[in-house]
Design a protein around this ligand. Structure first.
Ligand code: THU
Length: 128
């Protein structure tokens, strides 16, 4: 599918974010290797630690629908620079070996490999 389609899906889902504490809305869309799209947005909580980011929301929706292999993920926010995923989300991206990570703001995109965002994610753990 066109990259622009995936990016559009992330922006649309960003509008659904529940972010009353930060007022910072984030959207994500993950593409499965068989061409499906799952989207996510951040959902905050009064006890801040329970907040879930858009990226994990999208990935976990896909897993709950039976999909575990992904080709890429898009993350969007209205920031000066393309958004930077948190460490927890990078670790979850590593868990599912998402090969391409596309980070966007309103006017630009940056494309990264997993290894660029989280080097040595599995090296030296559990003899992986
Ligand atoms: N957030 C995301 O959803 N994804 C990111 O990549 C960065 C941060 C959310 C978490 C919280 O709801 C808000 O943005 C502020 O950090």
């Amino acid at each position: 599918m066109e990259r622009s389609f995936l990016i559009e899906a992330a922006w649309t889902t960003r509008n659904l974010a529940y972010a009353p504490y930060s007022n910072f809305q984030v959207g994500a869309a993950v593409e499965t290797t068989d061409g499906k799209i799952f989207t996510g947005c951040n959902v905050e909580n009064l006890s801040y630690g329970l907040t879930i980011c858009a990226e994990r929301s999208a990935i976990f929706s896909a897993v709950a629908a039976g999909c575990q292999t992904f080709s890429r993920i898009v993350v969007v926010a209205d920031t000066d620079e393309p958004i930077s995923p948190c460490g927890a989300c990078r670790q979850v991206m590593a868990e599912f070996q998402i090969p391409e990570i596309i980070l966007c703001n309103r006017h630009s995109q940056m494309i990264f490999t997993l290894d660029q965002l989280l080097p040595r994610a599995t090296t030296g753990i559990l003899n992986h």
